[in-house]
Design a protein around this ligand. Structure first.
Ligand SMILES: Cc1cc2nc3c(=O)[nH]c(=O)nc-3n(C[C@H](O)[C@H](O)[C@H](O)COP(=O)(O)O)c2cc1C
Length: 173
């Protein structure tokens, strides 16, 4: 049987979508069958043996599409390996330090515990003010958030490689 993994993501301006695609690429290169989809486009989880779910963080919250995905599929997700990531803090360096210890939205913590996520990662994000609406620009200004692309591709690839290693016994290679 072919082992199939879903990489689902919730992204407003594309940074998280690109992280999801990079994770998908690493998994594909390792010989897994991978589907990469926006979380809201997923209608059936039954073809998948494992799931990676990621969301951008806005004002301390996951995007609603990712929250809805977790709610809709919680029963199935509890039965298969799941990895979770957030894309948020801008600036260089350890994303958890940049977020002053914030690691994951507290509203989703009990759900992630319940489905026994194998790992929960936080990655640095992107802030491109030319894409933001007026209200978002004000938020960014208020918090003096660093502007630019701070994604750490080495950290993202390493995390994806750790997923491959963790799945090896299940995939049977
Ligand atoms: C209005 C606004 C609020 C944000 N709030 C947070 C936040 O609370 N925590 C965080 O880590 N990042 C925050 N960010 C940064 C985004 O999460 C980051 O830009 C992310 O990479 C965007 O992903 P996307 O392009 O996939 O939407 C915020 C960005 C904007 C524009």
């Amino acid at each position: 049987m072919t082992y199939r993994i879903l990489v689902a993501y919730a992204s407003k301006y594309g940074a998280t979508a690109e992280i999801a695609r990079k994770i998908g690429q690493v998994l594909t290169e390792a010989g897994l069958k991978v589907n990469i989809l926006p979380a809201e486009k997923v209608t059936d989880l039954s073809p998948f043996d494992a799931v990676v779910l990621g969301s951008a963080v806005y004002q301390g919250h996951w995007r609603q599409e990712a929250v809805t995905f977790l709610e809709d599929y919680k029963t199935l997700l509890a039965k298969i390996p799941v990895w979770v990531f957030s894309s948020g803090p801008t600036g260089s360096g350890d994303p958890v330090e940049l977020s002053r210890g914030w690691h994951f939205p507290s509203e989703q913590q009990s759900m992630v515990n319940r489905i026994h996520a194998r790992d929960v990662a936080l990655f640095n994000g992107v802030l491109d003010t030319s894409k933001l609406n007026f209200a978002e620009r004000n938020v960014v200004k208020e918090f003096s958030a660093p502007v630019g692309d701070f994604r750490d591709w080495h950290a993202i690839i390493s995390w994806a490689v750790s997923i491959v290693a963790s799945l090896r016994p299940e995939v049977g290679e």
